[in-house]
Design a protein around this ligand. Structure first.
Ligand code: GLV
Length: 326
């Protein structure tokens, strides 16, 4: 019997590729540069499955993929899925939850610490030979321990951040979420808060909500104006959850103290983005889940989703909006 045909747009570990090869005939984009949409369209003509990250899956693309059954995202976020278009064509979409929670939470703490203690800024100060006196008050940062952390979006990653904050840093943790999480409040000792109270009370604000039409520009000029002037803002979700112009304006006018960013409205970030010139902003290139172990686990999870999907079985992580298609 012929194996189902699949396409893979990312380079993935050999073990994962071998697993896919046992069940499917695969083709893989083998190039340093990311695959372009038009190239992908040509490759999807006869494929039952595709494994990818970040590429918009809409009617414009799906019309070139008449045999497609499953799109397997190598990511937990799936804002690249046009759910209506996929429903119409009965294409299921899957993601890779759980395996990246710890890595992303670790990185968020990296951003909290590097912004508050000015680690990247002072690293370049030392390397440039500017270090003169050790007890220079100009080098002071702000405390993390025993301050208040506000988490917007209390999913699994939010909970992993809260755990670190409560146990490791003795922080008071407020959270805002679409639905209240009473069990988490009990188990982690976090407190539910409305958005305004969280913005007003928090020393650190971590945005960890998925990007949907409801969370687009969730944090805008009004939200920044409610934050403390000493607040530090961290975004490791999706760039479009924040109005970046408003963030820049808040930083330029000292409405907040600093920002730690892993995501941007445009990625890769434009070279002339004012954020790149600010010493009080730590910028990372969307690496929340980028450790070898986590990326291996994500690739394997995505591969299992892909294989199940093309074999007509139920993949483990079908995104909730498309579960009815199974
Ligand atoms: C990364 O941004 C992901 O959604 O997994």
């Amino acid at each position: 019997m012929n194996k189902p045909k699949v396409y893979i747009t990312n380079s993935i570990p050999k073990e994962v590729l071998d697993y896919i090869g046992k069940h499917c005939d695969y083709e893989i984009w083998d190039n340093e540069e990311n695959i372009q949409r038009e190239e992908l369209k040509l490759n999807l003509k006869d494929k039952a499955g595709v494994m990818l990250t970040g590429i918009k899956i809409d009617e414009d693309l799906l019309q070139y993929a008449p045999s497609l059954k499953v799109v397997s995202n190598i990511a937990v976020g799936y804002n690249n899925f046009d759910i209506e278009a996929m429903k119409k064509r009965k294409v299921i979409g899957t993601n890779t939850p759980y395996v990246l929670d710890g890595a992303v939470a670790d990185l968020i703490f990296g951003l909290i610490l590097s912004t508050s203690r000015r680690i990247t800024e002072l690293d370049s100060y030392v390397k440039k030979g500017q270090w003169k006196a050790s007890d220079d008050k100009n080098l002071y940062g702000t405390d993390v321990h025993r301050t208040t952390l506000g988490i917007i979006g209390m999913g699994r990653i939010g909970e992993a951040v809260a755990k670190r904050a409560k146990l490791g840093f003795e922080m008071e943790v407020l959270y805002y979420n679409r639905s209240r999480k009473v069990e988490t409040e009990k188990s982690l000792g976090v407190k539910y808060s409305d958005m305004d109270n969280l913005l007003e009370k928090s020393d650190f604000i971590v945005l960890m909500t998925p990007l949907t039409k409801d969370t687009y520009h969730l944090i805008d000029a009004e939200e920044f104006s409610k934050m403390k002037r000493t607040a530090i803002f961290i975004n490791a979700s999706r760039g479009q959850t924040v109005n970046e112009k408003a963030l820049i304006e808040a930083l330029e006018n000292k409405k907040i103290l600093a920002a730690g960013l892993d995501v941007y409205e445009t990625e890769p970030i434009n070279k002339d983005n004012p954020l790149l010139k600010m010493d009080n902003v730590v910028t990372l290139p969307h690496i929340g889940s980028a450790t070898a172990r986590t990326r291996f686990d994500m690739a394997m999870t995505a591969a299992e989703n892909l294989v199940k999907g093309v074999l007509g079985e139920k993949p483990k992580y079908v995104v909730p909006e498309l579960e009815d298609l199974i």
